[in-house]
Structure formats: structure tokens, C-alpha cells
Design a binder for this molecule. Structure first.
Ligand code: PEP
Length: 261
């Protein structure tokens, strides 16, 4: 049984005060609703919030002992050094980040992070106590050219070179995020999302064996909302969701938790 995961990527939204208010409101809902609190507390499901680096402290403080994990949106591949504006993975892990997001399509396409850099970042995260949530996904033109599988294989297996099986099953999760579905309101159909997630599991099975693939957590991301959550979550290869826009407000984030858990 794989743990379900609902992750909220806040991108460059929510200043510390807004982040604190979000978590306090989320806490009031979770404490009052055992059908949501129970699965999170028992570890059947996991909720993770990825605020900006500036709001990590406010979120951590407001979370207290709420069963919600803290995540960072990015990390540098070096632990420390002359890299103005960057943060090393060990710094984030020491701070209390349980997850670090690597390879989000905005990092790949707006900030031109290369696959070599992303593989280095993945290794940097795996050298800490944090887990890596690694994003992969094709552009619309790649999909239209029939290259989706090729892109997923290159982005995922390229980055996994040298990663051990225990790290893959215990310290790594992958999010299939077709770029054309992110922030566009165009969710992939349940079938397309399942096909992409299933192909990722197939790639891992081929290289690392069925048992490893069956332990791997695979999430879908791209215009997830409360209304399309249930259809995605019943798919056999989708273990969770990475949510951008709909994670910014408590009612929609809770709506997704309700439909997913
Ligand atoms: C994301 O940021 O990873 C994402 C999937 O965004 P949205 O849910 O807004 O499409």
C-alpha cells in the first residue's frame, strides 16, 4: 500500500503573514474533521506545503504538531559556497523541510535549469534527511509530436543515474506534470494522467524491477481542483496530487483533501 500524498506548491505566493493565516485556518479545519485529520495523523496519507523560502519559518511555526509536512520549492546542488541567492539542500533539511521539490516545469522552462543540473540537485537532496519530489512532464509540442514517452524517459531515467533502490523507494517521489496542464485550467483527462503515471512506473520497473516500481509514489499535477480530484485519485498508478493554484486557498485545498482521502 503506497501512502497517498497531497502537496501544495504555493510558487511565489503568500507572504509570511498570509502563510501563517492559511496554516492556522487549515489547522482549525483539520482539528475539527477527524475524517481528514485521522488519515494524516496515522500516516495513511500525507499533506505537504511548499511555501516560498521566505515563508518557511512562518509555516513551520504555525504548523506546530499538525500532521502536515513542510517542503521547499528548490535547492542548489552544492551544500554551501559562493552562490548568491541560493539555498543548499542540507540547510533546508536542517531547517525542517521534509521534502524538496526539484525539476518543476517553471524551473526547467522559465529558469532554464538543465537535466544535468537537476540530476545534481536530486543527488544533493538525497544526501540529506529530506525526500525529493521530482517533477517531469512534456510540453504541448512534444505531446503533439508523439514524444511524451521519450521525454519522460529522458527526464526521469537521466536524473536517476546512480540513485540506489532504497533511496528510490524511501526518499523519492515523482510528479508527472504535463506542462500544458499546469496553470492553464486544462487538466489531463483521468486516462491521460494515469497513462503518464503508469509509464513512469513502467520505466522504473524496467530498470529497477517490479518491487521497486510498486513502492514508488507517483503523483499527478496540472490544474487539479476539488472537482477533478476523485477521478484522478481512483486511478491505479496515481498515488497523489501536486497542486498549484488550488492549494492557495484553504477551502479548495481542503476540498482536494476531502475528495482524495
Ligand atoms: C504546479 O504548480 O505544480 C501545478 C500543477 O499548478 P496548477 O495546479 O496551478 O496547474
Amino acid at each position: 500500500m503506497r501512502t497517498k500524498m497531497i502537496a501544495g506548491n504555493w510558487k511565489m505566493h503568500h507572504r509570511p503573514q498570509e502563510a501563517r493565516a492559511f496554516v492556522e485556518e487549515l489547522g482549525r479545519v483539520l482539528w475539527a474533521r477527524n475524517e481528514l485529520y485521522g488519515p494524516l495523523k496515522e500516516g495513511v496519507a500525507e499533506a505537504v506545503l511548499f511555501p516560498t523560502a521566505l515563508s518557511l519559518a512562518a509555516v513551520q511555526d504555525a504548523l506546530g504538531d499538525l500532521p502536515v509536512s513542510l517542503g521547499a520549492q528548490n535547492a542548489h546542488w552544492e551544500d554551501h559556497g559562493a552562490f548568491t541567492g541560493e539555498i543548499g539542500a542540507p540547510m533546508l533539511a536542517d531547517f525542517g523541510c521534509a521534502y524538496i521539490l526539484i525539476g518543476h516545469s517553471e524551473r526547467r522552462h522559465l529558469f532554464h535549469e538543465t537535466e544535468v543540473e537537476l540530476a545534481r540537485k536530486l543527488r544533493a537532496v538525497l544526501s540529506t534527511s529530506a525526500r525529493c519530489l521530482f517533477c517531469v512532464g512534456e510540453l504541448l509540442e512534444e505531446r503533439e509530436a508523439g514524444k511524451t514517452h521519450q521525454v519522460l524517459e529522458r527526464q526521469l531515467l537521466g536524473a536517476l543515474e546512480g540513485v540506489t533502490i532504497p533511496d528510490l523507494t524511501d526518499r523519492f517521489a515523482v510528479a508527472y506534470e504535463p506542462v500544458w496542464a499546469i496553470g492553464t485550467g486544462k487538466t489531463a483527462s483521468d486516462g491521460d494522467a494515469e497513462e503518464g503515471c503508469g509509464y513512469i512506473r513502467h520505466l522504473v520497473a524496467d530498470r529497477y524491477g517490479q518491487e521497486t516500481a510498486q513502492h514508488l509514489q507517483v503523483l499527478y499535477g496540472g490544474s487539479v481542483k476539488p472537482g477533478n480530484t476523485a477521478g484522478l485519485m481512483v486511478q491505479g498508478d496515481i498515488d497523489g496530487l501536486l497542486v498549484g493554484g488550488a492549494s492557495l486557498e484553504v477551502p479548495s485545498f481542503v476540498g482536494i483533501l476531502e475528495a482524495a482521502l
